[in-house]
Ligand binder design. Structure first.
Ligand SMILES: NC(=O)c1ccc[n+]([C@@H]2O[C@H](COP(=O)([O-])OP(=O)(O)OC[C@H]3O[C@@H](n4cnc5c(N)ncnc54)[C@H](OP(=O)(O)O)[C@@H]3O)[C@@H](O)[C@H]2O)c1
Length: 305
């Protein structure tokens, strides 16, 4: 049986659904049962727990052969801070899995994780990679680039479509790689059900490197509307400093959006991945086409009702 920690997130949910469709037994550790109702209906066993509650991790790991760690708390604060969830919580999850004799641990890190990264969240990813490698369990580490679902649509396109405008931080011209979760989940499924990715660290990205500004324009052209505002970097920097004592997660996101290419390179080329795995990766263009078509359908339905 496979335990998924983070099953209500975009990657966790997509992976759980694929595993269930293929007939695998899935247990989902979730904080809020109601958010996992669709997974329960699809056949998953739902257990309530939290990465900040070690006994709940031990209970969840009992009887599991494989574990998929795909939760995070980049935007968290207080008891749910990134330090508590991404560092302490994930270390506790590795211990709980090892004590439960889990055979294989799949950890979701991120592209560009490194020891001296300027962002604490990314340094934590690098550190937990080491904890997983040294755990004695079989392991696979996934290092995806930014998910299109969040970074293309939720943070840019959705606002532009629904509100008619979007606010970008600074010139937003830094090229970034984006990947669709539908292209990441199959790697998680293979790591959780086969042995070919054992001991591997796999970088997974999409075919395009584009800037946030280009993304906003791609939505605006398709929707034939949308004003694009740019928050000057000094203002964003002052906002991050003011928010930091109140909400470290929001300050972190502002910090990340102001790092230049030298500080945080976000481009990636798919040639090596495609040489090993002949895939058809989702382009940013195709992804935005789908989101805009959905928006048109929803708008049409809303007008008719
Ligand atoms: N998003 C990206 O662009 C991106 C890029 C590279 C790597 N990654 C990594 O990929 C993985 C999946 O990301 P995602 O974007 O799919 O996540 P997501 O959609 O933001 O969802 C986060 C998940 O973490 C769960 N979670 C948060 N705090 C928790 C806690 N204390 N205990 C248990 N579960 C907790 C959430 O549960 P609730 O539903 O209860 O909130 C949710 O299921 C993460 O490890 C992330 O760091 C993401």
């Amino acid at each position: 049986m496979i335990l998924i920690v983070g099953a209500t997130g975009v990657l966790g949910r997509a992976t759980a659904r694929k595993l269930l469709n293929q007939g695998h037994a899935v247990r989902a550790l979730v904080r809020d049962r109601a958010r996992a109702e669709d997974l329960r209906k699809a056949g998953a066993e739902i257990v309530v727990g939290d990465l900040t509650d070690p006994p709940s991790l031990s209970r969840a790991c009992k009887g599991m052969q494989r574990v998929f760690a795909c939760a995070h708390s980049m935007l968290g604060r207080g008891a749910q801070s990134s330090a508590q969830v991404d560092h302490v919580g994930h270390s506790a999850l590795v211990v709980a899995a090892r004590e439960a004799n889990v055979e294989h641990f799949v950890y979701t890190s991120m592209l560009g994780a490194r020891e001296d990264h300027p962002i604490d969240f990314v340094r934590t990813k690098f550190e937990i990679e080491g904890v997983v490698r040294d755990s004695g369990m079989g392991f696979t580490i996934l290092r995806p680039s930014a998910f299109m679902e969040h970074h293309v649509h939720r943070f840019i396109g959705q606002m532009l479509l629904d509100k008619g405008f979007v606010v970008l931080i600074g010139p937003a011209t830094k090229p970034r790689n984006f990947v669709a979760v539908r292209d990441v989940a199959p790697f998680a499924v293979v790591a959780l059900t086969e042995d070919g990715l054992n001991g591997r660290t796999v970088e997974i990205g999409g075919p395009d490197n584009v800037s946030n500004s280009e993304i906003a324009h791609m939505y605006a052209v398709r929707a034939r509307k949308g004003r694009i505002f740019h928050l000057p970097q000094p203002v964003a920097r002052a906002a991050a400093a003011a928010i930091r004592p109140l909400h470290e997660g929001v300050a972190r996101v502002l910090d990340i959006s102001m790092l230049d290419e030298r500080q945080m390179r976000e481009t990636w080329q798919p040639s090596k991945l495609l040489a090993e795995f002949p895939l058809r990766l989702t382009s940013v263009d195709a992804f935005i086409d789908e989101r805009v078509a959905e928006w048109r359908r929803r708008r049409g339905t809303a007008r008719r009702t």
